[in-house]
Design a protein around this ligand. Structure first.
Ligand code: PEP
Ligand code: MN
Length: 270
């Protein structure tokens, strides 16, 4: 029996259909898992933030240049498990190959994220989809780095064909030469084309990787909600200035609380 099939057995009875179940679903947590203390301190702060139901942390980081912090690896999954036990939050992390997917399943990670740098590679997506065949786990597929709708659709189809039913898309913006003022240009109309093609698919907005800076988080998040997205992902760290990756875009749990409150107020009918 493959590792993934064993995990499937072990996972029987977990809550299914996480994706699209709660609107808006807010996923928050640090860009990278850095230490157990950082994870717990951030998670305990996020647990108090109304609306946050999933804790994310990057375990393996696909960095653009060598020499950058590339993640702590498997030990971070143990910290993620501790966070789940201590806070009751669901957990999420990016997986970029079949081995990482199997490791994450062993630690009962609830949502696997397929990152933008993986969605561009059909071989890797297929390898992950094969590892997940027969496994009950939620998967969110980020758009590819470049605005190529077919690649995004193709990755979703590969996972769907592997029997993943708890499936959603995550819009994280696109790398273009004219992305300013964003880190990744949202090209909302391009992302909405995916929704036109797959109207029943839950769609989340990774406001942090579109914005790239704290000041843009609110308008990006608001736009996503106004467009009817099912949820948001916002990177949060108990001490953003000390973050080992994406320091400029992370916010403290209390700041996330204020952001969500502000979005909610704008949505409260007069
Ligand atoms: C991340 O979520 O921290 C990340 C690296 O995202 P992306 O795949 O969107 O670049
Ligand atoms: Mn990040």
């Amino acid at each position: 029996m493959s590792t993934a099939a064993q995990s499937s057995k072990k996972l029987a009875g977990r809550q299914s259909q996480l994706v699209g179940n709660k609107r808006p679903m807010v996923i928050a947590g640090p860009c990278s898992a850095e230490s157990e203390a950082q994870m717990l301190q951030t998670a305990l702060g996020l647990k108090k933030v109304k609306g946050v139901s999933v804790f994310r942390a990057g375990i393996w980081k696909p960095r653009t240049r060598p020499g950058s912090f590339q993640g702590v690896g498997n030990v971070g999954l143990e910290w993620l498990r501790t966070v789940k036990q201590e806070t009751g939050l669901h957990t999420a992390c990016e997986v970029a190959n079949a081995t990482q997917a199997e490791q994450a399943l062993k630690q009962d990670v609830d949502i696997l994220l397929i990152g933008a740098h993986t969605t561009v590679n059909p071989f890797l997506v297929q390898e992950i989809a094969d590892a997940l065949r027969g496994v009950q786990v939620a998967v969110l597929v980020k758009n590819p780095v470049n605005p190529d709708l077919a690649l995004w659709l193709g990755a979703l189809e590969r996972l769907h064909n592997s029997g993943i039913t708890d499936l959603g898309a995550m819009h994280r913006g696109f790398s273009t030469l004219d992305s300013a003022p964003y880190r990744n240009h949202p090209k909302w109309e391009h992302a909405l084309e995916l929704r036109q093609q797959l109207p029943d698919l839950a769609m989340y907005c990774d406001a942090s990787h579109i914005a790239g800076r704290r000041s843009l988080l609110r308008p990006v998040s608001q736009r996503a909600l106004d467009l009817g997205y099912d949820g948001l992902m916002v990177e949060s760290h108990h001490n953003p200035a000390a973050a080992l990756s994406d320091a400029q875009q992370q916010i403290m749990p209390q700041e996330l609380h204020m952001l969500l409150q502000a979005l909610k107020q704008q949505h409260t009918p007069a």
